[in-house]
Design a protein around this ligand. Structure first.
Ligand SMILES: [Zn+2]
Length: 249
């Protein structure tokens, strides 16, 4: 059930006997030269499409921007930063709270958003409501460890192949070209360096770590449509089951 398709009266009816709402946060940011900038928005939107077929929980419009500050040196990335994301999501949640929402499901497409969403959940909890953060990629990796992945790497590329195969430029998939900073310090992920086998955070622009912009151990060249379909569908099913139990909390 989509908020934007309902009248205010339909919405009033909904909150007479429901108090749950799904709010989705994405991002517009680099996902490697083979994936579109909207990857973190389109994947959760696909999950919503599948959830909607099995659940009558109210779905609010998706926010396609998030905290992507580490990616802004890749052209086309738009970040609203953590503080503004928190303010926007808090304002939207407060309005839905006034309408009657008490169970808030934050379906999230981007790791950079999680910190702001946690703060919104604590804010809601103090008001007598409860929020939960469903970071789809983490949960998919728990449902099946073979599905776990990095940024713009195999996991997200597989999900995008399922969302819309025409948006993945397979011929542009390269090896992740992680930079060597000194003879002993190599970028081991976007925000860490490896020193004598140990990963240590050195927060910086991700572009200083890799010019092509994907990170992770799951090479995107192994991504398949079947992987994406199985993973995204299982994650949507899991969310539907979880919401039934979360409703009782
Ligand atoms: Zn992503």
């Amino acid at each position: 059930m989509r908020l934007e398709r309902m009248s205010w009266k339909d919405c009033e009816e909904y909150f007479k006997d429901h108090d749950m709402v799904i709010l989705t946060t994405g991002s517009t940011e680099n996902h490697g030269i083979h994936n579109p900038l909207g990857t973190d928005t389109m994947i959760p939107n696909k999950i919503l499409e599948l959830v909607e077929k099995q659940s009558d929980v109210l779905i609010a419009p998706t926010l396609p921007y998030g905290d992507a500050d580490f990616h802004t040196e890749y052209t086309g990335t738009i970040s609203i930063g953590s503080d503004l994301l928190e303010m926007v999501m808090e304002r939207i949640s407060d309005r839905l709270y006034d309408c009657g929402a008490r169970h808030f499901v934050f379906l999230n497409g981007h790791g950079g958003n999680t910190h702001a969403l946690s703060k919104v959940c604590r804010h809601l909890y103090k008001k007598g409501a409860v929020g939960t953060i469903f970071d789809w990629w983490t949960i998919a990796g728990k449902i099946n460890p073979k599905w776990a992945g990095g940024h713009g790497a195999g996991q997200e590329t597989a999900a995008m192949l399922y969302v819309d195969e025409s948006l993945v430029q397979k011929d542009k998939i390269e090896d992740s070209n992680l930079n060597q900073f000194t003879s002993e310090l190599t970028a081991s992920n976007a925000q860490t360096v490896n020193f004598k086998g140990v990963d240590i955070p050195v927060p910086r622009s991700n572009r200083l770590s890799s010019d092509n912009g994907w990170f992770g151990k799951d090479h995107p060249k192994y991504a398949t449509y079947e992987w994406g379909k199985e993973m995204v569908e299982a994650t949507a099913d899991f969310l539907v089951e979880y919401m039934k139990e979360f409703q009782k909390m």
